[in-house]
Design a protein around this ligand. Structure first.
Ligand code: C2E
Ligand code: MG
Ligand code: MG
Ligand code: MG
Length: 289
């Protein structure tokens, strides 16, 4: 029979720790110093006007190359940890400041571009959020009217009255609110009429089923109709094929975002994308029948 030594039982224990828990432990230990080590970068993914193919904005997406861990750590792995540990507050401020100052040059050349920045639940419930945002906009000189903040439905349902108040405070300053990953949360539809939301971003999980999955297509069409009748803009996330682009254009999506046009890229590569003129992807949008 196998002898169960202290070492053996330790190994057993460590094997039974889920990979998720181990990763959490490692990530949490290093994330605090990563800001000081300058290991974070903001990448930018273009959004395009569905009718013209022109780049009309960019979403700021955080990237972390950890020297300690010796690899890239993706946001789905470290954002929840940063959120738990509260580090998302300084990290989120860092992203906003960096994205605003880097995007300013692009706005001078293309004044209609909009910058989108993701906000997590913890940031949204920070009482100092509005004043911090205001301070960063002032510091960087970024125009409030060119900024959108992306929130998920789940962030909004937590405390509805307060959420409306915070959103109104942002909107009053000219900032736009987008609902990210729309259709995947647990919120009620009722909030759509009371919340000052400018755009809905249809979650990638519905887009990836198009065209095979008729249910996904039906949902996308319903979201477009709903959004437009409430005076909101619709963005399709995760557009990967020319056929998805064509279909989404034909059902009236206003803005498209996805690997078909470009993955998120570093600041200098976004410069190149912009100077290359309209991204018409691999094939130009066909006329919308
Ligand atoms: P999100 O805001 O919904 O961002 C879209 C995600 O989809 C990004 O993943 C992007 O790289 C990916 N994506 C874009 N186009 C395609 C496509 O065509 N196909 C596929 N398969 N994926 C596509 P990423 O950068 O890994 O970010 C994941 C999530 O992490 C984001 O989802 C957002 O919720 C969060 N996140 C990223 N950066 C930040 C940040 O600065 N602050 C906060 N609070 N959250 C962030
Ligand atoms: Mg987003
Ligand atoms: Mg999303
Ligand atoms: Mg997402």
């Amino acid at each position: 029979a196998a002898k169960i030594s202290g070492k053996g039982s330790f190994r057993l224990f460590s094997q039974s720790l889920s990979q998720e828990a181990q990763s959490y432990f490692h990530v949490g230990a290093h994330i605090r110093e990563a800001i000081d080590l300058d290991e974070f970068k903001v990448y930018y993914q273009p959004t395009v006007n569905a009718r013209t193919g022109d780049i009309n904005g960019m979403e700021a997406l955080l990237r972390w190359r950890s020297s300690r861990l010796g690899r890239f750590v993706m946001p789905d792995e470290f954002i929840p940890v940063a959120e738990q540990l509260g580090i998302i507050i300084p990290l989120g401020e860092w992203v906003l400041r960096r994205a605003c100052s880097q995007s300013l040059n692009w706005l001078e050349l293309f004044p209609n571009l909009r910058l989108s920045v993701n906000l997590s639940a913890r940031q949204f419930s920070d009482p100092a959020l509005v004043s911090k945002v205001e301070q960063i906009l002032q510091e960087t000189g970024f125009p409030c009217g060119s900024l959108d903040m992306e929130l998920t439905e789940n962030v909004l349902v937590k405390s509805e009255d307060r959420a409306v108040e915070v959103m109104n405070n942002l909107v009053r300053r000219g900032i736009g609110i987008s609902i990210d990953d729309f259709g995947t949360g647990y919120s009620s539809m009722a909030y759509l009429k009371s919340f000052p939301v400018r755009r809905l971003k249809i979650d990638r999980s519905f887009i990836s089923g198009i065209p095979e999955d008729k249910g996904d297509l039906a949902i996308a069409e319903a979201v477009v109709t709903l959004a437009h009748s409430l005076g909101k803009e619709v963005v399709a996330e995760g557009v990967e094929t020319a056929e998805q682009m064509r279909i989404l254009g034909s059902i009236g999506c206003d803005v498209l975002q996805g690997y078909l046009f470009s993955p998120p890229v570093p600041h200098d590569r976004f410069d190149t994308l912009l100077s290359g003129g309209p991204i018409r992807s691999k094939s130009p949008p066909k006329s919308m029948e």
